[in-house]
Write a protein that binds this ligand. Structure first.
Ligand code: IVH
Length: 670
């Protein structure tokens, strides 16, 4: 029996591996989904019956399930070097000249520079043994459990050889879009771009999460090509392809800079149609002997460069300036633009922040303006093109009344912003409800921005207490298009669960002007209950460290207002907790009690997420470096904050140091 099972396991493994290869590498499926599932189920059952027969490279490992408690380190057999970046034609000419001066007549291979994170994959006798991140180029992290879930990475090669290959782990554009749709519905922070999403996914301790993220790979580098008798990089690409790896078919030979530029210009246009993100073009000397002679610096090979696409700037017409009303009543002017595609996305609007911003830039309606977007940064209006003015431009005029409720707008204490102070203004209302449900406030999963807006417009939620009466509309909600029974049940459960939140979430959610999540926590900790806080005089509040006279006034006035008192009483009768529970904060000796500033980009986490973790563990975060700062966490492209920290002799953590602390927290992200 066992022998038969062993034989069948080998057969099934081959069928499933081949099907995976055909589907994920060749994009040419040969089995139907049902057939595939049937074979996989059969294999799973056999492995359940004979666990000793399950191999480390069984395709059943692809669904994930292995959970590790920390990432082990892996020393790379050969350092995982990066490439020197170049940004213009001139630098490409310099590279070419340098190579020609060394006495070579080069042939280049141009490839796309995939925007993900690099990985190294090590095989013995054709079996995947380990997968590692680049780390600091010498030592990376062991991500084998997650790499096994990437369907385009073969678990078994087509030949039984020992080999290490390198390539980019990435997330496709449509996968990110879907993932963000789901996250937005659950009120989770959105992943900023494909690169961050891939980096965050590969660093999950639980491989089930990585498996759900549907990562992909392009393999582009063989560190030991000579071991396999290869003469050129192009041959190495073909060799890896024949072993079963996914090698990008987009590449081109170039004999000179003109041909390189042609490839670059072509893909500078086509990049937006690709299903994955690229941020440039990689240019490599093809001949391996030539590569060897050119050699390496401590950081880079001398035989390759990475050309990075510039931030894109395009011209369009500013057709109007319209005004929006925020939760606090703040009025923001927004540019309405003739739709243009910048960095692959259509831009129709851009924030103009406030009246002063528009006046400083001298923008007029009907101006031709330049719009810039770099990477994942939100688009901005750079300037008006004065030479394109025709005389038909209309001067910008700040409004004097709220565009929604027509109340007179006011400025507060010489600030630049105008406010609608009508507490009943519907625009403020929707924004206020969105804020109440938000992640840092009552954290009601399933009540994201667009759903709150829908429910407001449909009349289900007109005010905060209505959220807690949503149950009575259960039937109607389930019948709404796009909602369904399960999602409404989940939503109602999330609403119920939010009643048990600690006081600081409610205090922040109420939207008292100037009270951010951190101040809300300080207040909750100090006063413990909402009654106690409501009983404080303005003077008492002013006395508190971290609360200045303006905040003290805001808090005091908020709790004097009869409508707000009624709201608190109403929420109390709905059994919403109004006490500080004090249980959310955790302790970690590297974080608790310290003041942090986070600057630059950390590849696997957004700044907001890092700050959340620091706050959760009782640290403080701020946006500027001062003598009081204890630690500055410095990511890529950090700017002046890192310089200031160095000057002041403040402790600096780089990405790896933050990673180490983060891992030691044993913090599992959702
Ligand atoms: S070759 C020794 N080729 O860009 C050669 N890199 O600094 C190693 N990348 O760290 C890299 N697409 O993460 C190479 N087609 C490609 C690439 C590529 C993306 C990344 C890789 C590397 C960085 C360059």
């Amino acid at each position: 029996m066992k022998e038969e099972a062993a034989k069948r396991i080998i057969e099934l493994t081959k069928i499933i591996d081949d099907a995976n290869y055909e589907y994920y590498v060749l994009a040419n499926p040969t089995l139907t989904d049902q057939e595939f599932d049937k074979y996989l189920k059969e294999l799973e059952n056999l492995e359940k019956e004979y666990p000793e027969l399950q191999s480390e490279t069984s395709p059943t490992k692809r669904v994930g399930g292995e959970v590790i408690d920390k990432f082990k380190k892996i020393k790379h057999s050969i350092p995982m070097l990066s490439l020197p970046d170049v940004f213009n034609e001139e630098e490409i000419y310099e590279f070419d000249e340098r190579i020609r001066k060394s006495g070579f007549l080069p042939e280049y291979v141009c490839e796309l520079k995939i925007d993900g994170l690099s990985g190294s994959f090590h095989y013995e006798k054709g079996n995947l043994i380990t997968g590692a991140t680049r780390g600091d180029a010498i030592v990376g992290e062991d991500i084998t459990h997650n790499v096994k879930t990437i369907k385009s990475i073969p678990l078994k090669l087509k030949e039984s050889i020992n080999i290490e290959v390198r390539g980019e782990i990435y997330m496709g554009k449509s996968t990110l879009e879907k993932l963000n749709q789901e996250r937005s519905q659950k009120n989770q922070p959105l992943l900023q771009n494909c690169r961050n999403a891939a980096a965050g996914s590969i660093r999950q301790l639980d491989s089930k999460i990585a498996a759900e993220r549907k990562l992909d790979t392009w393999i582009y580098h063989l560190p030991n090509p000579k071991d396999y008798g290869l003469k050129t990089h192009y041959e190495a690409l073909q060799f890896m392809k024949n072993l079963g790896f996914k090698v990008n078919p987009v590449n081109r030979f170039a004999k000179n800079v003109e041909e390189i530029l042609k490839f670059i210009n072509e893909y500078a246009q086509k990049r937006f149609e690709l299903p994955y993100d690229i941020d440039g073009v990689v240019i490599k000397v093809n001949d391996l002997e030539m590569q060897e002679k050119l050699g390496y610096t401590s950081k880079h090979p001398k035989w390759a460069i990475a050309y990075k696409f510039p931030a894109e700037e395009v011209l369009t017409k500013l057709t109007d300036i319209i005004f929006s009303v925020g939760r606090t009543g703040k009025i923001t002017p927004n540019a309405v633009l003739e739709p243009v595609i910048v960095m692959g996305s259509t831009i129709k609007r851009a924030t103009l922040h406030n009246e002063d911003y528009v006046l400083e830039k001298g923008l007029k309606i009907n101006d031709i303006v330049s719009i810039r977007k770099a990477g994942d940064v939100i688009p901005e209006v750079v300037e008006a093109k004065l030479e394109r003015r025709t005389g038909k431009e209309i001067d910008f005029q700040m409004i004097s009344h709220c565009p929604i409720c027509n109340s007179k707008l006011e400025k507060k204490n010489d600030q630049v912003d105008y406010y609608c102070l009508n507490p009943l203004c519907p625009a403020r209302h929707i924004e206020g409800l969105i804020h109440f449900c938000a992640r840092k406030a009552m954290n009601i999963e399933g009540l994201g921005e667009s759903i709150v807006e829908d429910f407001f417009n449909l009349g289900f939620i007109k005010n905060i207490p209505d959220i807690y009466h949503l149950e009575i509309h259960k039937q109607d909600l389930q019948e709404l298009e796009g909602y369904g029974k399960k999602s409404i049940e989940n939503l109602l459960n999330a609403i119920e669960a939010s009643k048990k939140n600690s006081l600081e979430r409610l205090l922040f959610g109420l939207g008292i002007e100037g009270i951010g999540d951190k101040t809300a926590l300080i207040l909750a900790k100090k006063y413990k209950t909402v009654e106690n806080l409501m009983n404080q005089s303005e003077e008492d509040l002013k006395e508190m460290k971290d609360i200045g006279p303006i905040l003290a006034k805001n808090i005091f006035c908020f709790f004097q207002n009869v409508d707000n008192i009624a709201l608190i009483n109403n929420l109390k009768s709905l059994n919403i907790n109004m006490m500080y529970l004090g249980e959310e904060e955790k302790y970690h000796e590297e974080i608790s009690g310290k003041r942090f500033v986070v600057t630059g980009t950390i590849s696997f986490m957004s700044r907001e997420e890092i700050e959340d973790i620091i706050n959760l563990y009782g640290g403080n975060t701020s946006s500027s470096v001062s003598g009081k700062t204890n630690v500055v966490i410095v990511g890529e492209s950090p700017g002046s904050k890192a310089d200031k920290a160095r000057k002041l002799g403040i402790e600096i953590w780089n990405e790896t140091q933050w990673q180490e602390v983060y891992e030691s927290l044993n913090f599992q992200s959702k």
